[in-house]
Design a protein around this ligand. Sequence first.
Ligand SMILES: Cc1cc2nc3c(=O)[nH]c(=O)nc-3n(C[C@H](O)[C@H](O)[C@H](O)COP(=O)(O)O)c2cc1C
Length: 320
Amino acid sequence: MTALTSGQIGVLARAVSRAPSVHNSQPWQLLVRGTEVDLLERRDVELRRHDPFGRDRLLSCGAAVTNLELAVRALGRDCHVEYGDDVAATVTIGRPHATPAREFALYKAIPRRRSYRHPFYPSPVPPAVRAAVAVAGEATGVHVVTPGHLDRLAELLGFATRVLREDRGYQRELEVWTAHTHGWSAIGDGVPEDALTRDALPVAGLVREETPVPDDVVLADRLAAEHLLVVCTDGDTRADRLAAGAALQRAWLTATAKALAGSVLTQPLHLTGFRARLVSELALPGCPQAILRFGYPAVPAAPSPRLPLGELFPPPGGPR
Ligand SMILES: Cc1cc2nc3c(=O)[nH]c(=O)nc-3n(C[C@H](O)[C@H](O)[C@H](O)COP(=O)(O)O)c2cc1C
C-alpha cells in the first residue's frame, strides 16, 4: 500500500487540528508510521478541576479520530479505525476507494464547525433534519437521544450552575483557559472570551463566576426552545468515551453540513452524582457523555484559535 505524501499528511493534520476539544486544549498528537496513523492522547494536558479523570480528554481525542478518518476517506483511501490502550486510536489506511458523498460532505464541514454559544434563530429544525443529526451519531454501543423531562433537566442544570459558580478552584482553572487567548500571550489554545457569552444556560456553555442563574422554569422553557441531544454509551470504559467523542463529532458535523450550528455541554456532568441523577431522572439508555444543543445560527461565530500544526507531531525523542 502506498505511504502518505507530505501533502496528504498535511491534509490529515489540518483536519485533526480543527476538532473540538475540552477548553480547546487540543490534547492529541499524530504519529505517522507508513500507512498507519496513531492518534496519541496527550496525557500531560490536564484540567484537574474540570476534568479530573481525563474523560473529556478522551472524548476530544474521539472527535479528532472522526476528523482523521474523514480526511483519510476524502483523500480517496479506505481505512480502518481501532481504539487502543496506549494510543487513542490507530487508523490503518487501505486501498484507493471513492469517497462516499456523505463522508465528503462531513469532511467539508470540518472547517465550518465551531462552538456556537448564542441563542438560536427562532425557527424550528424540521424533524427529518433533527433525526439525521441524531442518526449520524449512532454507533455500536453509542445512543444519541432527545431528552424528555426538561423540567428535571433544568433543575439539575440550575443546581450545577450554582455549584460551579461558587467553586473558586474550578473558576481559577477556567480563567487560566480563557484569559490567555488574547494579545501578546495568545498561543493558539484555550477558549477565547469572544466565543463565550454573558448569558445564562443553556446558551452559556461554560459557567463562570458572573454567569446568571436562571429560574428553573425559565431554564426549562429555554431548553424546550432549543434542540438537544444526549450522547450515551452502554459502558463507561476508555473505548466508550473515545466512541462517544467520535459520535458527537459526526452528529455535530452533520448539523454543520445542514447549515445548523451547535455547542456542547459536558461541564455539569463532571459534578459528583450528576451523571447518575441524569440517567435516573431522564431515563437515559446508558451513561451520558455529552449534551449537544443545536439550531439555526442567528449571528456569525468566529473560529477559535489552534496550536501551530507542527505541534501535532511528537518530537524525535518520542511523544511529549
Ligand atoms: C469533550 C468536550 C467537552 C466540551 N465541553 C464544553 C462545555 O461544557 N461547555 C462549552 O461551552 N463548550 C464545551 N466544549 C467545546 C470546546 O470548548 C470547544 O470545542 C473548543 O473551545 C474549540 O472551539 P470550537 O468548537 O469553536 O472549535 C467541549 C468540547 C469537547 C470536545
